[in-house]
Design a protein around this ligand. Structure first.
Ligand code: ZN
Length: 246
C-alpha cells in the first residue's frame, strides 16, 4: 500500500491536441519547419521590438480564433478519470484550453505555459480578455495597446525567450511530489524545467507511465511506455486505472 493519497497527475503536451487539428509547432512535421518566420510571432524579443511582428501576430490570432478546435477522445478520457472519483490533476504545456472545454474542472488544470483566453501587458502586467483585444483588432487597431498604461499587449502565455512563472512551477512540483501515479502524455520531456517533473515524480516514489509516439529520455525510468495513438491509448489506460483503483 502506498501511504500517500492516490493522486493521479497527468502531464499533457502538444501530442494530446494534434487529433483536434492543432499542429505540434515544434514536431518533425510542425509549422515551423515549413515557415520559420512563424516562430518570431511567439518569441519575446522580436515580438517586443518589432511592431510589424506584432501586427502579424494579431492577424494570426484573429484567424486562429475563428478556427475553434474541439477536444478529442484523449481529452475526454481525462474527464472520465476525474469523474471516476480518483483525485486527478492535469498539468498541461498546452495553451489551447481544450482540457477545460472538454469538461474537466478548471481548478484541476494547471496551465504551465499560460493560456490564450487572456492578454497580459508587458509593462504593467495587467491581465485582460483576449476576446476584447481581438474585437479591437477587428475594429481596426492592428496592434492594440494596454488600456491601463499604453504598453504592449501579448497573449497571457510563456513565449520563447521567457521563463515559466515560478509560482506555477512551484504548484506543479507540489502536485508531482504528492502523486502516486504520474502519466506523461504527448510530450517529448526534453525541455526544462517541465522535463524535471517526471524525474521528481519517480524520485518521490510515483509510478511513471508514458504515452507518446516517440521515445523520451524517461522511457527507461517508466513502469510502462505506450506508443499507440493518444486518442486510442488514453481511454484504455484510464479505464484500466479506474478498475485497478476502484
Ligand atoms: Zn499596461
Amino acid at each position: 500500500m502506498n501511504a500517500k493519497r492516490p493522486l493521479v497527475a497527468v502531464l499533457t503536451g502538444a501530442g494530446i491536441s494534434t487529433d483536434s487539428g492543432i499542429p505540434d509547432y515544434r514536431g518533425p512535421k510542425g509549422l515551423w519547419q515549413k515557415d520559420p518566420s512563424a516562430q518570431e510571432l511567439v518569441t519575446i524579443e522580436p515580438y517586443r521590438d518589432d511592431p510589424g511582428v506584432r501586427r502579424r501576430a494579431w492577424r494570426m490570432r484573429l484567424e486562429t480564433a475563428a478556427l475553434a478546435a474541439e477536444p478529442n477522445a484523449g481529452h475526454r478520457a481525462l474527464v472520465d478519470l476525474e469523474r471516476s472519483g480518483l483525485p486527478t490533476r492535469v498539468l498541461t504545456q498546452n495553451i489551447d484550453g481544450l482540457h477545460q472545454k472538454s469538461g474537466l474542472t478548471a481548478r484541476k488544470v494547471l496551465e504551465l505555459h499560460g493560456n490564450l483566453r487572456e492578454t497580459q501587458c508587458l509593462r504593467c502586467r495587467v491581465v485582460g480578455s483576449m476576446a476584447e483585444a481581438l474585437a479591437r483588432v477587428e475594429a481596426g487597431e492592428p496592434d492594440p495597446e494596454c488600456q491601463e498604461c499604453g504598453g504592449i499587449l501579448k497573449p497571457h502565455i510563456v513565449m520563447f525567450g521567457e521563463n515559466l512563472d515560478p509560482e506555477v512551477l512551484g504548484q506543479a512540483d507540489s502536485i508531482v511530489r504528492a502523486c502516486d501515479v504520474f502519466i506523461a502524455v504527448g510530450t517529448s520531456l526534453q525541455v526544462f524545467p517541465v522535463a524535471a517533473l517526471p524525474y521528481n515524480a519517480v524520485k518521490t516514489g510515483a509510478k511513471l507511465i508514458i504515452v507518446n509516439g516517440e521515445p523520451t529520455p524517461y522511457d527507461e525510468a517508466a513502469a510502462e511506455v505506450i506508443r499507440e495513438p493518444i486518442s486510442e491509448a488514453l481511454p484504455k489506460l484510464v479505464r484500466r486505472l479506474v478498475r485497478e483503483r476502484a
